[in-house]
Design a protein around this ligand. Structure first.
Ligand SMILES: Nc1ncnc2c1ncn2[C@@H]1O[C@H](COP(=O)(O)OP(=O)(O)OP(=O)(O)O)[C@@H](O)[C@H]1O
Ligand SMILES: [Mg+2]
Length: 505
């Protein structure tokens, strides 16, 4: 569906207020002009600089009516009602149905008179059919207006559109400088278009122009410059962090079934034509079992960037921004695709709290709908260790490709984990009896095993000896693993997981 179709539906729909968050104002005005023309409705715009101006159709505001609200109103269609309150009163007083576009109205929402006037216009919608369309780079609608409003997400440019933009910019460059043609390597152009995917039209065009301008050519080096700029655009909002620290399957002890599952899906994930591209998995399990590590390994093994979603930042204190933040995150992830979108400790973000006016439910719905509909190769890895807090819709079959349960490591996995962490600290696993270590670490998580190795090293350093088995065994004996401290919780988690999830090992 194109933007025009989307907007047409919203305009035809029953919501008196439409919000559009976008920096592409000229394009939106153009779209609305075409739509209003086609639907034969009047269109006016308001901005603080120009006031109310009728763009199409019958004049909204009769001279008489404007005189009522604005004594200084000059002739029709010139500057008038640039003050927001005057403008809103004029709209409320007008009988003319139609669309009124309010550009950059966002700073004026903090005035109760404005809010009230907008509400009154919205309440009268059934009678007068005046639809207010707010366009700003960012919009935070006051609570009392939300039930009247619907948000319109404008689609990002498609590959075809981007290719066309490259051609247009190349022609412009040649025409402007009186030059011949832009030198373009075919492979570089298609790589460039791929790298622009997901950016807004304005950003994409700016990057294309920069790429051509420096040397009149589109080459490989432009492609890397464009990806760098894209990362910078992504970094701007601080909601996603780019994790440089990924992992490999060799870094993980146990979890064999999960590793196998990932290996099987590697090709399908990379294949842009695959119908059933893997979309995401959920890792549930005990603390310190290696869930975060496994999430990092997906990115490492598939050799794609890892983006971590910070739910703390997502849920900022401004009510109502959370969903728009989530949409931004998802759009950013699409920009960076192929990538892994890692929602660590997802239960902290979308717990089934009943006292947040349903925000967390809507955020979750946004994520799940996007997962089902998104066509870009973004693989979601969600991790959680508190199932009680998880909303059932997240766990329903078919949402995630699979839900894995990461249990405490069995003896075989514990041996592997000891070997991994000993090796990492330049200690030869062959000098240790891994079977004994595994037996004595029953009930330990991977993190606790690692911790025992680390503590043994400190102890050895203090005594100026090398780490040996007895030191390590002493550390194990001194540790009370979480599984015994929290035996009941672990047991409950296990019994919940059996039958509902697949064992990761
Ligand atoms: N299966 C494992 N193999 C190797 N190392 C492991 C394993 N499990 C845990 N570790 C070690 O413990 C560290 C902490 O584990 P990790 O953060 O992945 O656990 P988690 O399941 O995400 O725990 P939490 O629920 O507390 O977030 C890892 O960085 C790794 O060094
Ligand atoms: Mg973790």
């Amino acid at each position: 569906m194109t933007d025009r179709d989307d907007l047409r539906l919203l305009i035809a729909g029953g919501f008196p207020l439409i919000t559009i968050e976008s920096c592409e104002e000229p394009r939106i005005i153009g779209l609305l002009r075409t739509l209003a023309d086609g639907l034969d409705v009047s269109l006016a715009r308001w901005s603080v600089t120009d006031g109310l101006v009728t763009l199409l159709g019958a004049d909204f505001f009769s001279a008489e009516q404007l005189r009522l609200v604005d004594d200084s109103a000059p002739a029709a269609n010139s500057k008038r009602a640039s003050d927001p309150e005057t403008a809103l009163r004029a709209i409320r007083g007008s009988r003319q149905p139609g669309l009124i576009l309010l550009l950059d109205f966002h700073p004026f929402f903090d005035n109760p008179v404005h809010v009230r006037l907008i509400k009154e216009i919205a309440q009268d919608y059934e009678v007068r059919h005046q639809k207010l369309i707010f366009v700003s780079h960012a919009l935070r609608l006051p609570e009392e207006l939300k039930s009247f409003a619907v948000a319109c997400d404008l689609a990002l440019p498609t590959a075809i559109e981007l290719s066309r933009m490259v051609a247009e910019e190349a022609e412009l460059w040649a025409a402007r400088g009186g030059k011949t043609k832009v030198r373009a390597e075919a492979a570089a152009v298609s790589a460039l278009v791929n790298n622009l995917g997901g950016l807004s039209r304005t950003d994409a065009r700016r990057l294309i122009r920069n790429a051509i301008r420096d040397d009149g050519a589109i080459t490989r080096s432009d492609v890397s410059a464009v990806s760098a700029a894209r990362y910078a655009l992504l970094g701007g909002d601080g909601l996603l962090s780019f994790e440089f620290d990924t992992a490999n399957l060799d870094d993980i002890g146990g979890l064999h079934r999960l590793k196998h599952w990932l290996g099987e899906r590697h090709v399908a994930f990379k294949d842009s034509t695959a119908i059933d591209r893997p979309r995401g998995l959920m890792l549930l399990g005990v603390q310190g079992g290696g869930k975060s590590l496994a999430a990092k390994a997906v990115a490492g093994v598939w050799n794609i960037p890892l983006l971590r979603l910070d739910f703390g930042v997502l849920y900022n204190k401004y009510f109502g921004e959370t969903e728009s933040n989530m949409r931004k995150v998802l759009a950013s992830a699409e920009v960076l695709a192929p990538c892994v979108l890692w929602c660590d400790e997802i239960e902290k973000g979308i717990a089934t709290g009943d006292n947040d006016n349903g925000t967390s439910k809507r955020v979750l719905a946004t994520l799940l709908t996007w997962m089902a509909e998104n066509h870009r190769p973004v693989f979601v890895v969600a991790t959680a260790n508190n199932i009680a807090d998880l909303p059932p819709e997240l766990l329903r079959k078919g949402r995630m490709d699979e839900i894995f349960f990461v249990d405490l490591p069995n003896a075989e996995a514990r041996k592997e984990i000891f070997a991994i962490h000993l090796k990492r600290r330049a200690l030869a696993p062959a000098h240790f009896n891994l079977d004994t270590l595994a037996t004595r670490s029953e009930g330990f998580s991977g993190a606790e095993i690692e911790q025992a190795v680390v503590s043994a090293r400190y102890a050895a350093q203090a005594r100026e000896v090398t780490v040996d088995e007895s030191l390590l065994l002493a550390q194990l004996a001194a540790t009370q693993p979480l599984s015994s401290v929290m035996a009941e919780q672990v047991a409950a988690l296990r019994s919940w997981a059996s039958g509902r999830t697949v064992a990761a090992d």
